[in-house]
Design a protein around this ligand. Structure first.
Ligand SMILES: *Cc1c(COP(=O)(O)O)cnc(C)c1O
Length: 167
């Protein structure tokens, strides 16, 4: 996140799930503060549909619409691959594509996805991802963490051809 979250006055938001894993939520909050922005204004939280009965998982169409509506002010879209509490498998390809259409970087916390579901981070064009190996990869004490950074973070990203990286 340090490398990918380079907020500007007009593009300073991070979009994430409202009930993300607590340490992910705090990490986003502290990255925003670190860059001198206000989490109240820069942290965009997306929740499942409310209403009678409510819904427990997020609809891909709602995530994509939110990115389309607010993407111009979003620097980073950050989701989990598989939600740690609901077990929802996010459509990482669709979320990545939507983010790139609006010039956002897109990253995933794959802690509950690595070793659990098929991941094609490179093919999907995901910019960055991280995971631990003590869950579905069954490592023991001292198990290492994993990180993925796409060899070409801007590959699918016409909107950021002007150079978000390095600014
Ligand atoms: C387990 C988990 C983490 C924490 O991983 P550590 O290896 O303890 O740092 C972070 N995010 C999610 C979504 C997790 O499920």
């Amino acid at each position: 996140m340090l490398s990918f979250y380079k907020p500007t006055a007009t593009r300073h938001k991070i979009l994430l799930e409202d009930k993300a894993f607590p340490s992910d939520h705090y990490a986003v909050e502290s990255q925003i503060r670190l860059r001198g922005f206000d989490p109240q204004k820069s942290m965009l939280l997306i929740s499942p549909r409310p209403g009678t009965g409510g819904e427990e998982t997020l609809r891909t169409e709602d995530i994509v619409r939110r990115i389309e509506e607010e993407g111009d002010s979003i620097a980073v879209v950050m989701f989990s691959g598989v939600q740690y509490y609901t077990g929802q498998l996010f459509n990482m390809a669709a979320i990545t594509e939507a983010g790139h259409r609006k010039g956002c970087f897109v990253g995933f916390d794959c802690a509950h996805a690595a070793g659990n579901v098929e991941l094609k981070l490179h093919d999907w064009g995901v910019d960055f991802a991280c995971w631990c190996s003590y869950k579905y990869i069954n490592s023991g004490a001292g198990g290492i963490a994993g990180a993925f950074i796409h060899e070409k973070p801007q590959r699918h990203c016409q909107a950021c051809a002007g150079g978000l990286v390095g600014t």
